[in-house]
Design a protein around this ligand. Structure first.
Ligand code: SF4
Ligand code: SF4
Length: 616
């Protein structure tokens, strides 16, 4: 039995924040869960994917976040509780649905989780998705701990049903990825039998209908404001004249800092866990009698602006600061020391940081620059594309996935990246206005997510570039989730179909389509040359399984390689490939047999045939 299915109400367990959220979905009786994977949300979907094997829960890895929300929106409108999860930038993809779904509303609860990523640990930007809640007119819940994250899944689901609109559960990396004690509740009854009552004059968003629905949404928002004022998620602690307003993980840092700075008598804390619509009544009550207010929130001054507005409406003139110069930055992630330092400065108390733990004698952690894994087929593809391009002047638009690491030397195969699926679209612009050969890279999962549209556009508009689809048979970067091109039987699931990338590409009208095996270097270079020389749009499908995924689906392993005495030490292998299994010892190139996956690409690159299978 999956550990999230243990039905022992009251039992205390240690869960990762993301596991707690998945457990919350099970306790809330979610019957339909959809997603496109993305860090820091990925473990929620992985947990529910696994649980779906043992329960009636319908789970799907959708092709992108827009589709995921469309599936969940329809399910919720048949009366089954639904959950749609994504990372913050996924919300941009789903935004088209979100903005009108808020008008259409839901019949059963629908919680939409956005996992925001301050400091961009694994993202292309650090947008603050609370503004999406405000833009769409939807309630937002913001947990501070894994326990709250679980509980807010349930209360969010109930609120969604009460108000008839989706509820946004907004987390940040530190809540998703921290582990804490969580008290289990009862696993909810799950209703998987939906029914749909036609009511096109309330559910088909044509202008005449939408005008009425917008009025209804505003009324629902007013109702939500009352709920926010009364919500236990918005609470006040302490009673001093100095005020601090917090949300999410900052609440934990602030509580520690108050104790460490010894200012518990002077400070009141307003923890805002239900942050849209603004709990105006509670904010006004909090402002009364305060001398000054500090707002501690990662990201943008969302609460700060709200509190200043409520202060202005109530004629309160006191310093209210958050993102002011020299206080909290709009960039990056908070940590306990940073928050304590800002509080000390703002409240005029001495910050005496706790004594540092003596780390003398503890060896430094070796630097680990980001790099494609040993044996990664993308490394070979980049090498081959450079060889095939020869001395042509090139531009490499790239996309989101492991292959984005191709930006680093010696591979140097990434010149431009905006967002998921942008490689094909931006290639059109580059190739139209430059004489350079434009060669774009996109992964198989990203191709299905949103790359297809760019390719359709390129075919129709007769653009001129080569799209290299690096097909490693999985969504590697986020942890090997499936996509429509994956063999689900190999993953242990039945009942799925498989979509052929080459059939899709040919079906779109691309005339030159070549499929290569990047581990066969010479043949691949020839095939890529053919594609580069073809006029118009050409597509290379460079297909080889991700070696980490191959291991997880138990494909047979290849043996490692070694460097023989034939080596002339000119370092072509190291300099061209940068494989982390290779190292230099006593001035000689060596291969770490533990890391080597036996891809044999270096052996083909070595002009002296000095790299051979290891026979140990
Ligand atoms: S996870 Fe797979 S695809 Fe990603 S870098 Fe490692 S080997 Fe390459
Ligand atoms: S390319 Fe071959 S000969 Fe040159 S350093 Fe590497 S292993 Fe030695």
């Amino acid at each position: 039995m999956h550990k999230l299915l243990e039905n022992s109400p009251g039992k205390k367990v240690f869960y990762l924040g993301n596991e707690a959220i998945a457990r919350g979905a099970l306790e809330a009786g979610v019957a339909c869960a959809t997603t496109y994977p993305g860090t820091p949300s990925s473990e929620i979907s992985l947990s529910l994917f696994q649980v779906s094997k043992e329960t009636d829960l319908y789970f799907e890895y959708s092709v992108n976040e827009k589709v995921a929300l469309e599936v969940a929106a329809a399910a919720a409108n048949t009366g089954v509780r639904s959950f749609c999860m994504m990372k913050h930038v996924g919300m941009n993809v789903a935004a088209d649905v979100l903005m009108t779904l808020s008008y259409i509303g839901v019949k059963a609860g629908l919680v939409i989780l956005t996992a925001d990523d301050p400091f961009m640990f694994s993202s292309q930007n650090e947008q603050d998705n609370r503004y999406y809640g405000k833009l769409a007119g939807l309630p937002i819940l913001e947990p501070s701990t894994p326990q709250e994250a679980k509980d807010m899944m349930i209360s969010g689901m109930e609120m969604s049903e009460k108000l008839g609109v989706p509820v946004i559960l907004r987390t940040t990396t530190r809540v998703n990825h921290s582990t804490a004690q969580v008290t289990l509740g009862e696993i909810g009854p799950i209703n998987i039998k939906g029914s749909f009552t036609k009511n096109p004059f309330m559910m088909v968003a044509i202008p005449a209908v939408s005008r009425r629905l917008h009025t209804r949404l505003l009324a629902r928002l007013a109702e939500a404001e009352k709920l926010a004022d009364d919500s236990p998620a918005n609470f006040i602690e302490g009673g001093g004249p100095l005020g601090i307003v917090v949300n999410g993980v900052s609440y934990n840092y602030v509580k520690d800092a108050i104790a460490e700075l010894g200012i518990a008598e002077k400070v009141s804390v307003f923890r805002m866990g239900f942050s849209n619509p603004a709990p105006k009544g509670k904010i006004a009550a909090f402002l009364k009698g305060k001398e000054k207010i500090l707002v501690a929130e990662e990201g943008e001054p969302f609460m700060e602006e709200m509190i200043k507005a409520v202060a202005q409406e109530n004629g309160v003139i006191i310093p209210i600061k958050g993102k002011a110069e020299g206080l909290f930055s709009r960039e990056g992630e908070f940590d306990p020391a940073l928050v304590r330092g800002v509080m000390a400065r703002f409240f005029g108390v001495a910050d005496t940081p706790p004594a540092r733990i003596d780390q003398a004698g503890i060896p430094e952690i070796p630097a680990r620059p980001p790099n494609l894994c040993a044996g990664c087929p993308h490394r070979a593809t980049f090498y081959e594309v450079h060889q095939a391009a020869g001395d042509r002047s090139t531009i490499f638009p790239t996309d989101i996935g492991c292959y984005t690491l191709g930006v680093l030397p010696p591979l140097s195969a990434a010149d431009f990246l905006i967002c998921m699926g942008s490689s094909a679209g931006t290639s059109a612009g580059f190739s139209k206005f430059t004489k350079d050969k434009t060669i774009a890279f996109i992964g198989d999962s990203t191709f299905f997510h949103s790359g297809i549209a760019g390719l359709v556009n390129a075919v129709f508009n007769n653009h001129n570039f080569t799209l290299v689809i690096v097909d490693n048979g999985t969504t590697a970067m986020t942890g090997h989730q499936p996509h429509p091109g994956v063999d689900m039987v190999e993953m242990g699931f039945s009942g799925y179909n498989r979509v052929s990338i080459e059939n899709v590409v040919r079906g779109l009208g691309v005339q030159t389509v070549v499929v290569t095996d990047p581990y066969k270097v010479k043949k691949s270079i020839e095939a890529i040359k053919e594609a580069l020389d073809a006029p118009g749009i050409s597509v290379v499908i460079s297909r080889q399984i991700c070696p980490l995924y191959a291991r997880s689906v138990k494909r047979p392993r290849r043996g490692p390689f070694t460097v023989t005495d034939k080596c002339k030490n000119h370092r072509t292998c190291v300099d061209k490939l940068g494989c982390p299994a290779m190292y230099v010892e006593a001035g000689k190139v060596r291969i770490n047999a533990e890391q080597c996956t036996g891809c044999a690409v270096c052996a083909q690159v070595c002009p002296e045939n000095a790299i051979v299978p290891f026979k140990g």
